[in-house]
Ligand binder design. Sequence first.
Ligand code: ACO
Length: 377
Amino acid sequence: MCEITEKSVVRGLRDVAAAETKISYVDPNGSLYYLGYNIDDLVGQVIYAEIAYLLIHKRLPKQHELDDFSNQLIIEMNLPDQIIESIKNAPKSCHPMDILRTEVSHLGEYDPDSGDFSDAANFRRATRLIAQVPSIVATINRIRLKKPILVPKKELSFAQNFLFMFKGDIPPEKETNVIHRYMTLHADHGFNASTFAARVTASTNSDMYSAITSAIGTLKGPLHGGASEKVMDMLDEINPEKDVNEYIQGLLDEKKKIMGFGHRMYKAQDPRTKHLRDIVEDFCHRQRSLTLYNRCMEIEQMVFEKKKIYPNVDFYAAVAMDALGVSKEFFPLFFASSRISGWVAHVIEQYEDAVLLRPSADYVGEFGKQFIPIENR
Ligand code: ACO
């Protein structure tokens, strides 16, 4: 019998620091910092491309650097024809997140820097992915709606182009402000599950496309970025006649999770929530959005009274997206289109750290079983 050393298991890796990072800090008391800047000081003051630059270059750009970076992003939004063809051929019944995951992996086949793992090539790849993920998302939507695929416009900012290519209209100022703030708030968040997945893949010295494919698959789950779509399912289910209190109590009695609530890291309110709540309050002038907003406020109050837990980023993000006219199956794709800047920044940081991320497990299975050939089993 072999001897095994008992290991202490940290279930769910709760509070385990798996590496050092300089990219973002999630303060459990309810603050979030990107490269040392409190997000409260950034939201509404910056455009999203500035944040993407900050995350990958680890400093805020000067105006001319931002202009060059934005121009580069807009150029890189043009997708290879093969990717567009492949999106057209995807089954109509599959979730758009499946198409995004596949096409990011597919992009790796057309990497102009293929085989070059230098820092310069990785920065070029990072810039391309920041541009191409939203572009794939917009293309999936246009193809599903049987509308023409649009090319980016030089005179629009990168985030405006995303919304323009997705919806087909040049976004007015209010929508522009919402998309910049939404994308800024979703850009990075410490060692969340999808970022960790990307870093694990990168830690084997695998390529950036593989790492981002891992991240997208991880973000898709309803306990992570898939939650906002489920929030909208819940809001749609609580029709105006339903009593919110009864509905929430029913979920709790059945020991079901209330989507868009709770967080592994925060002991206080998620700092992104107040910004998203403000966006929603300010922007939701349509009747449906107002009704949803009021219902959200009711749910927030009720869940806090009953469980003492706060809404997370996905709760009000769902209503903000709905008010922007984005259909709910695309909510996780907007999340991915923003988080891509954090993911690629972390992949680069992981390459610099150059250590394999590989935990161990506490084996609790059997030993000494007698092998029986297949014909005798
Ligand atoms: N609804 C009801 N109860 C909840 C919720 C919730 N949404 N979240 C946590 N709790 C309760 C748990 O039932 C548990 O209670 P207990 O101690 O009485 O058993 C306690 O709070 C701790 O919950 P855990 O699931 O252990 O917390 P964990 O840190 O593992 O999970 C998670 C965090 C996954 C986010 C969880 O809160 C959840 O499932 N939320 C719903 C899904 C969601 O909104 N995900 C998005 C998160 S944000 C993001 O990823 C972008």
